[in-house]
Ligand binder design. Structure first.
Ligand code: SF4
Length: 331
């Protein structure tokens, strides 16, 4: 463990939403897989965060955790390289959240862009709660508990990392310590992964493709993807920039991308053939992940065993930070 901690520390978390989709893979998970070789990574199932919006119907959180961690492992997250754990198992997250909330001005939370946006967008649930307002504060506690130097996030999360830096600065200043580093942002590779209908891939839009889609069903998904709406006949010149199929070729078929683009622009290839080629590229990439998942699913206690081992490692680091934080605050 001590040798690992000589590496720079990364923290990142994911809400347990059940089986992951390609937006999670290319919007976050592929970056985690890359980072786990050169950083000491803490990858956390942030189940308390799930409650900030789903507190009225929390029923599926446990099974969602299992499905999500199975996807992490199938894609290549390695418990030998990274600490994989559940937020609610490490109570120090709650304690640091409480202590940091004492010194965080309310206005810092109220001005978070995601707070106002989500209050407006999610009309079906009552989010006028203390927990929902404070969720970026909980995120700051998650990160600072491990003294993470960097956090891989999507662009929409940048204001939360900025808040984390401000809170770290304020704590260090108020108690005249150098306890918390100010974490940097590592941006994920793809800003937006489109869904089948061309909008951002999201369960709420019902436009997703699961990472664990059986290879035989991929063509059905690809068939549903929207293409250039201006292309009527097979030999009409197309515009790949407005085509969802092309966005996925950009991810899965990078070696033939230039050729595909030219054929599209010159009307040399029909959309049906283009989609067949995409389904083939996707299957080549996703089939090994699918097969790995099938094998892992057979070990019934695997996920709980990994989370239990991760809990021990995370807790030992978290408790050292908490002892220092309590001391700094005169407790
Ligand atoms: Fe899209 Fe391919 Fe059709 Fe061009 S040929 S519009 S890239 S599906």
């Amino acid at each position: 463990m001590s040798e690992r901690l000589n590496k720079p520390i990364i923290f990142s978390g994911m809400r347990p939403t059940g089986k992951l989709q390609l937006g999670n893979l290319f919007g976050a998970l592929d970056k985690w897989i890359e980072l786990q070789d050169s950083y000491h990574c803490f990858f956390c199932v942030v189940d308390w965060h799930a409650l900030t919006t789903a507190y009225e119907e929390p029923g599926e959180i446990r099974s969602n955790i299992k499905e999500m961690v199975l996807d992490w492992l199938s894609c290549g997250i390695d418990p030998e390289k990274a600490v994989i754990f559940r937020q609610s198992d490490v109570k120090q997250h709650a304690e640091l959240h409480l202590l940091l909330s004492m010194l965080t001005p309310l206005s810092w939370l109220e001005r978070c862009p995601t707070y106002k946006e989500q209050l407006q967008q999610i009309q079906t649930r009552n989010l006028a709660t203390y927990g929902f307002l404070g969720y970026p504060m909980l995120m700051a506690a998650d990160i600072l508990l491990y003294k993470a130097e960097a956090v891989p996030v999507g662009e929409d999360q940048i204001p939360h990392i900025e808040l984390t830096r401000e809170v770290a600065r304020r704590f260090n200043f108020l108690y005249n310590v150098k306890l918390f580093p100010e974490p940097q942002t590592i941006l994920n590779r793809y800003k937006i992964v489109p869904g089948l209908d061309g909008r951002k891939m999201s369960k709420s839009y019902n436009n997703t493709i699961d990472i664990a889609t059986p290879p035989g069903e991929l063509m059905d998904k690809v068939r549903m993807m929207v293409t250039d709406p201006g292309r009527i006949r097979k030999d009409d010149p197309g515009n790949p920039e407005v085509c969802t199929v092309y966005s996925f070729h950009n991810i899965f078929s990078s070696e033939i991308l230039a050729e595909l683009e030219e054929e599209c622009r010159q009307g040399k290839q029909g959309c049906v053939d283009c989609k067949k080629r995409l389904a083939k590229s996707m299957a080549a990439f996703l089939e090994p992940i699918y097969e790995r998942r099938l094998k892992l699913e057979k070990y019934t206690s695997l996920i709980e065993d990994i989370l239990a081992a991760g809990r021990e490692k995370a807790e030992s680091v978290a408790e050292v930070t908490m002892a220092e934080a309590r001391e700094a605050m005169g407790l």
